[in-house]
Design a protein around this ligand. Structure first.
Ligand code: DC
Length: 216
């Protein structure tokens, strides 16, 4: 039986991991799950119900009742506010536990899958064939996210974007439940000085090397 090609792509916000994961999925003909969308949908679902971001119990219930249809409004889910809400609810163990099974079964599909997030290589798919940890300096990531958000009409100053990114890194890496951390066997890819083509090419080479190692 051939090993399923599971590709885990982790890293901080606006590192390029989402684009890289989507393109890897396309290249290898695999399904792709942006796991950040799950946390974003929980954060927005909580706010939609009039809940406070401090309400871990309600956040856990929203996570437990999440439906794939809740992931459809990608414009809303990729807004700045949704990112902030996601990072807050992602710290609650009850939220993470409620989302675990869905992510594990997505990763366990017969032919394999590509998942991107913060804890894919460490918690969701520790046996993934290829693990990448994508990063870039906070300044470059803030600039990328600022261009993306202002390009579609959100009004935000670059300095505020940078402060957001730094605060989110601290929260995502500092939480007790499945913190953002590079897995021991993940390959680090720093995209600070790379355009997306160069970064994707480097990512593809990392996956190719992992496939060779696993005889795939
Ligand atoms: O990747 P993103 O910016 O869409 O993620 C939004 C937030 O969700 C992020 O700040 C932390 C959380 N998250 C997480 O804790 N674990 C994941 N696997 C994916 C996202």
């Amino acid at each position: 039986m051939t090993h399923p090609l599971i590709i885990a792509v982790d890293g901080p916000a606006a590192s390029g991991k989402g684009t890289i994961a989507a393109r890897l999925a396309q290249t290898y003909g695999l399904p792709h799950l942006d796991t950040g969308l799950l946390y974003r949908a929980v954060g927005m679902g909580l706010l939609d119900r009039g809940g406070a971001l401090e309400d871990a119990t309600l956040a856990g219930m929203v996570a437990g009742g999440l439906d794939v249809r809740d992931l459809r409004d990608s414009e809303r889910l990729t807004s700045r506010g949704a990112g902030e809400a996601a990072s807050r609810v992602a710290g609650y163990p009850g939220v993470r536990a409620a989302l675990l099974e869905f992510q594990r079964s997505f990763a366990g599909q017969a032919g394999g899958a590509v998942l991107d997030g913060r804890d894919i290589g460490t918690v969701i798919a520790p046996k993934a064939v290829a693990k990448l940890f994508i990063t870039a300096t906070p300044e470059v990531r803030a600039l990328r996210r600022w261009k993306q958000l202002t390009g579609r009409g959100e009004v935000i100053a670059y300095q505020d974007m940078l402060a957001d990114i730094i605060r989110r890194d601290e929260r995502d890496a500092g939480r007790g439940a499945a913190p953002m951390v590079q897995a021991d066997d993940a390959v680090l890819l720093d995209t600070t000085d790379m355009d997306i083509e160069t970064a994707f090419d480097a990512a593809r080479r990392i996956v190719e090397a992992a496939r060779v190692r696993h005889g795939l």
